[in-house]
Design a protein around this ligand. Structure first.
Ligand code: ADP
Length: 856
């Protein structure tokens, strides 16, 4: 402080405090605190948002001799009360209290108070297995031991990001490492950090060092590893660190130092560390490394004898950072903080409950827990604390809480309950009760009622036999009303690992949590080009709620001729022409595969959104669509795609654009073939009933001869939660007419010759050897025909499984067509023109190119 008075100590948004300013501010507050009766070790609770004031307050309490007790505003009141009571807090510093205290305080000189390194610096509360949180009491010596460790002097900790909640011990590193080494605390904005905000904060303030909890680190590594490119040292840990994530960050950020940091709150945040330099390929773990300076680590057996290298034992920590103990809990302290038989006389060690082994080379490897304590997103949880509350709830006889990882990287708490005789525990009520008493992250995502808890042969809970929960099986619910809602539903389902999500399903009720939310936000940005702030998701956690907020998604526009599926991106747009039914929503699945630089527009049939005459030929449609497209992209080269009838229309469109002097750089056709050359016995135009059967996607035989009404179809679609379920009877009727019209036009359509290449995707299921195939296109394509077999049915061509096959090829060809990069996808030339004399298999009545009532 005195060494570098003009250096910047704290940056928070636009606020900057030099060391001198911070010194003076904190002195004033310290004086006020002393006047309010703060003495050595007086606990002072802090309930402030991340801000420069928070830093000032923590420093002031320290200067006044008090011990800070950080609280989290997201804790329920009852937990805050419990902590205040346990710690016997007399003063809570909130924003208002802070202002009131410092008002009129002009003396900015240092306060003179007894100052002993053995005094308490802070008390941090962590989950306690017996149902009560326990306060870890940490002294000044402990903090100084950590902050003055030489690890921080490699040059990576000049500007350190402060983003962890103050109530958790990583804030010790984020606050004291920069302040005690003359660096700068860069205070992250108070709102929840998503990747965008994190990236922005790192970049704006030139952060050089930061801590990311293992889960967040993995998210960054998977979603945006380059985000860390400007950082010199990133520390991660708090939970098992993924070697793959470390490898990705190392690869994406040359020169960065990635360090695995390990330690419990009881040993002042970090006790061992491991800078990862050479991570063997396919490494199963990242070592937790060697003890930090001033710390010692022992791996002992149950008689406190060191176990040999390579064998697993329990990890004990000794040295400067070992905390004083648990505040006001002498018994608990004596259990975990014991005499250190290997240290200097009188020294103590902390029994971590962690299993570890010494690997060759003197590094430690983490090997799990001796008890049931779990880590969830870096937060420490004693299931016992949750079980105690559940077991005391009405209707519950027994409760067990475990953390399950049914999907890799997605750990969730699950509660198992045995009802008391006559009791019927209700998930919602129990969750409500827990939410009133515990922090949100300690509320299980699912509650499973069992007749009895499964037991092992020796009568212990058999954790392996506990069934996986079914997350809030949604059953009925409203389906998507627009393509964007459809895509959001898909992205919700993907993030949550579910089959299906309805538009009113709450993300968090279905097991969503902040890391999954961050992942969802980045997927939404990638696919839809929309900024979904985490805050928005917390405020409106349903697809319906989000689509209202995510600008202009009016269900009424969803049937317009031009439907922007993604209007952001500075690259060349892709235009996707509707299949026979005229609706193009199903192309939204393509957004997952096409780089975010390409805007994507769907072209839909005339007459869908409002009454209009239907076109009389594909050429007429092509001329109309060319006009529409040129309003968006006035000049070529164009990128066109079409499925089924849309493939034929896209071809016509490419010819139309050519006639207008414009080039089409990509013409992609999904399973469509010109049918004019095929001779029909009967007109291949489907009947109304065929079309309705096709809309419903059922086997015609199942329905027998029964007539279908529009009302019935609407009802079935609704019941199924189909993407088309928002349609009214009238709209279904319109679609049927459009389909029949397109089927007629397809028969009459004689393609012109398009002078470019064709990228063709053929469905392979339900096909027969003599069905129309790639060769039917030969006469109408001047360039190359590149043809790919897709394992799917014609009418499933735009479903996720098919698009997963189509997407990579399409993306590569798009990149080539626009000169982005070069794709390396294999291609198959269809060089020998030939004609088929048979029609495609009649699998899809919705496709005018596939008549239904024909037999080959
Ligand atoms: P911190 O916030 O420093 O992780 P906690 O007291 O919340 O401290 O949790 C400590 C526990 O977290 C450890 O006992 C261990 O089980 C786990 N842990 C911490 N760091 C690591 C790490 N790098 N690798 C594996 N587990 C870790």
């Amino acid at each position: 402080m005195r060494a570098t008075p003009d250096a910047v100590a704290v940056v928070a948004g636009a606020t900057e405090l030099t060391y001198r300013q911070l010194d003076q501010r904190s002195n004033r507050l310290a004086r006020a605190l002393v006047r309010r009766g703060v003495r050595p070790e007086t606990p002072v609770a802090v309930l402030l948002d991340r801000s420069a004031d928070l830093v000032t307050a923590l420093l002031a309490i320290t200067k006044a001799g008090g011990a800070y007790v950080p609280l989290d505003s997201r804790f329920p009141q009852s937990r805050i009360d419990l902590i205040l009571q346990e710690a016997r807090v007399a003063l809570v510093l909130t924003g208002d209290v802070l202002t009131a205290l410092t008002e009129g305080e002009t003396d900015a000189s240092a306060v003179e108070v007894p100052n002993d390194q053995r005094q308490l610096a802070y008390v941090m509360y962590t989950s306690g297995s017996t149902g009560r949180p326990k306060g870890v009491a940490v002294t000044h010596r402990d903090v100084v031991g950590l902050a003055c460790s030489p690890e921080w002097r490699r040059g990576g900790h000049e500007r350190v990001l402060m983003h962890s909640p103050t109530a958790f011990d990583l804030s010790t590193y984020e606050l004291w490492v920069p302040l005690l080494n003359g660096g700068t605390v860069v205070v992250a904005p108070p709102e929840r950090l998503d990747l965008d905000l994190l990236q922005h904060t790192l970049g704006t303030h030139g952060v050089t060092g930061l801590w990311l909890t293992a889960g967040l680190f993995r998210l960054v590594a998977e979603e945006r590893p380059g985000l860390l490119a400007g950082v010199r040292e990133v520390w991660t840990g708090g939970d098992v660190v993924s070697p793959a994530a470390v490898a990705r960050v190392l690869a994406a950020c040359p020169g960065i130092e990635v360090v695995n940091g390990y330690g419990p709150t009881e040993a002042t945040t970090l006790a061992t560390s491991h800078p990862v330099h050479d991570l063997p390929e396919n490494a199963a773990t990242v070592p937790i490394g060697a003890p930090m300076a001033n710390m010692r680590a022992y791996v002992l057996d149950d008689r406190l004898r060191p176990v040999p290298t390579g064998l697993v034992g329990e990890l004990y920590l000794a040295g400067t950072g070992v905390a004083r103990g648990y505040l006001g809990r002498a018994g608990l302290t004596a259990e975990r903080f014991t005499a250190d038989p290997y240290g200097p006389p009188g020294s103590r060690m902390y029994r971590t409950g962690d299993l570890a082994r010494w690997a060759a080379g003197g590094t430690l490897e983490f090997a799990g827990r001796t008890d049931h304590q779990v880590k969830l997103r870096g937060l420490r949880i004693e299931p016992g604390e949750i079980e105690a509350i559940l077991a005391a709830s009405p209707g519950v006889a027994q409760a067990a809480v475990v953390a399950r990882e049914d999907r890799p990287g997605d750990k969730r708490l699950v509660a198992y309950l045995v009802p008391a005789p006559g009791g019927a525990p209700e998930a919602a009520r129990l969750a409500g009760r827990l939410r009133r008493e515990l922090p949100d992250y300690m509320v299980p995502s699912a509650f499973v009622v069992l007749d009895a808890l499964p037991l092992t042969a020796n009568g212990k809970l058999d954790r392996a036999a506990l069934p996986a929960p079914e997350y809030g099986a949604t059953g009925a619910g409203r389906g998507p009303r627009t393509p964007r809602e459809q895509l959001l539903c898909d992205l919700f389902a993907e993030a949550l690992g579910r089959e299906q999500v309805h538009i009113d399903d709450n993300f968090f009720d279905l097991g969503g949590h902040s890391l999954l939310a961050a992942r969802l936000a980045s997927r939404v940005r990638e696919t839809l080009g929309l900024e979904l702030g985490l805050r928005m998701l917390f405020e409106a956690p349903t697809v319906a709620g989000l689509s209202e907020r995510l600008v202009m998604d009016d269900p009424a526009d969803a049937l317009d001729v031009v439907l922007p599926l993604r209007s952001t991106g500075t690259g060349t747009p892709l235009f996707c022409v509707h299949p026979g039914g005229g609706i193009s929503w199903s192309y939204s699945g393509l957004l997952n595969h096409i780089g975010p630089q390409h805007p994507v527009y769907a072209i839909q049939a005339r007459g869908l959104g409002r009454p209009e005459p239907l076109p009389a030929s594909f050429e007429e449609m092509a001329a109309d669509y060319a006009d529409q497209i040129r309003k968006i992209q006035p000049q070529g080269p164009y990128l066109l795609l079409g499925w089924s009838a849309g493939g034929l229309i896209a071809h016509a469109l490419a010819c139309e654009l050519r006639a207008r002097g414009e080039r089409t750089a990509l013409l992609a056709v999904l399973d469509a073939y010109p049918v004019k050359d095929v001779r029909f016995e009967e007109a291949p135009v489907p009947t109304e009933r065929d079309v309705l059967v096709g809309v419903l996607d059922v086997d015609p035989d199942e329905l027998g001869d029964r007539d279908l009404t529009y009302a019935e179809v609407a009802e079935v679609l609704n019941r199924r939660g189909s993407a088309l379920q928002g349609l009214t009877e009238q709209q279904i009727e319109v679609i049927v007419h459009i389909m029949i019209n397109n089927a007629k036009l397809a028969v009459d359509f004689v393609p012109a010759e398009f002078d470019g290449d064709l990228l063709l995707f053929n469905s392979t299921l339900d096909r027969e050897g003599n069905d129309a195939g790639p060769a039917t296109w030969r006469p109408y394509i001047g360039g190359r025909i590149e043809s790919h077999e897709i394992t799917t049915r014609h009418n499933r061509m735009t479903e996720a499984g098919s698009l997963a096959q189509i997407g990579p090829v399409l993306a590569a060809r798009l990149a080539e067509a626009t000169g982005d990069t070069t794709g390396d996808t294999q291609s198959a030339d269809v060089s020998r023109p030939s004609r088929t004399t048979h029609l495609p298999h009649p699998s899809d009545p919705s496709s005018p190119t596939r008549p239904t009532d024909q037999e080959d």
